[in-house]
Design a protein around this ligand. Structure first.
Ligand code: F6P
Length: 329
């Protein structure tokens, strides 16, 4: 069987570890992997990863040492052309031209939406892999890259807390998460932040200022607020301004972590998840599965229909919100 692997959309730490697992599982079972460069855009342009000797079939040594490498050696892109029927038709034609039997696209919501559309016109098998730091997909408890993003954010917040403590300051720290507050919430719990602003929970500036007044009265001299970029009030800069106008009792600063969270050597938890899901995606196509995404739910490896994975963004765990309120003291 000839299997294609591509990374599309925002890169996430663990994409290389997943490719390594896919290639080694396929080679071990007598199958072939070709790495497609620059996501769906590269597929449309017929761009393939080449080994040192110029061949394109990936072997055991093509993926040596990849577990610890951030980003994606295949490169990624956001592909507008795949959102058109012509782009989908062309992608199917190219997959056929190169004799692919299966495709493993790795990415987030947009990547899986493209996979679903492609599956309607191409007769090969498709198993998606959840590669995004946002942790916003249905069909898996965690997406590959989330753990590293949270680790990076927590390290930054810990450092900022030192300065906040020294200068009696409040920091608004913005993390990624267009539609999902999971990175923000996990970062807040792990770093001991007092406030979290996420798209799933609407809170007025007045309510937040009341909370800040109480925090000040309780004797705290520094405050960390973790803001998901997709919060309905805006990002960290907008919220800082809104709260200032509403009477925030703390002098404050903002820090936008942005794309920093997408880089770096993957955390062990992401490397392990990537290895498990890469292996599972290959064994799944070998069993004849298609039209699904590989995931891990409550410790079990699972396949969920692509339609379900992209139907809506994963809901934030409200129990964790309750926990934050308690542990923030
Ligand atoms: O990968 C998803 C994400 O991290 C979002 O949280 C963010 O809004 C987006 O990527 C930004 O990515 P880019 O600037 O590459 O379009």
């Amino acid at each position: 069987m000839r299997i294609g692997f591509l990374c599309s959309g925002g890169d996430s730490p663990g994409m290389n570890a997943c490719l390594r697992s896919v290639v080694r599982t396929a080679v071990t079972s007598g199958n072939e992997v070709i790495g497609i460069k620059h996501g769906y855009e590269g597929l449309l342009n017929e761009e393939f990863h080449t080994n040192i000797d110029g061949t394109i079939i990936m072997g055991m040594r093509s993926v040596s040492g990849l577990s610890k490498i951030g980003g994606t050696i295949l490169h990624s892109s956001r592909c507008k052309r795949l959102e058109t029927p012509e782009g989908i038709e062309l992608a199917a034609k190219i997959l056929k031209k190169y004799g692919f039997d299966a495709l493993l696209p790795m990415g987030g919501n947009g990547t899986l939406t493209g996979a679903l559309e492609l599956g309607k016109v191409w007769d090969g098998q498709i198993i998606g892999l959840p590669g995004t730091i946002d942790n916003d997909l249905q069909g898996t408890d965690f997406t590959i890259g989330f753990f590293t993003a949270v680790q990076t954010a927590v390290e930054a917040v810990d450092k900022l807390r030192d300065t906040a403590g020294s200068h009696d300051l409040m920091f608004f720290v913005e993390v990624m998460g267009r539609h999902c507050g999971d990175i923000a919430l996990a970062t807040a719990i792990a770093s001991g932040a007092e406030i979290v602003c996420i798209p799933e929970v609407e809170e007025s500036a007045e309510t937040l200022v009341q909370a800040l007044i109480k925090i000040k009265e309780s004797g705290k001299t520094s405050v960390m607020a973790i803001v998901a970029e997709g919060d309905e009030k805006g990002g960290a800069i907008a919220i800082q301004q809104l709260l200032k106008e509403a009477g925030n009792p703390f002098d404050s600063r903002t820090v936008v972590l942005g794309h920093t969270l997408r880089g770096g050597s993957p955390a062990p938890a992401d490397r392990i998840l990537a290895s498990e899901l890469g292996n599972f995606a290959v064994t799944s196509v070998l069993r004849g599965e298609t039209g699904k995404m590989a995931g891990r739910i409550k410790g079990e490896l699972t396949l969920t229909p692509l339609e379900t994975c992209i139907a809506q963004h994963r809901k934030v765990d409200t129990e964790k919100l309750r926990l934050l309120q308690i542990v923030a003291g």
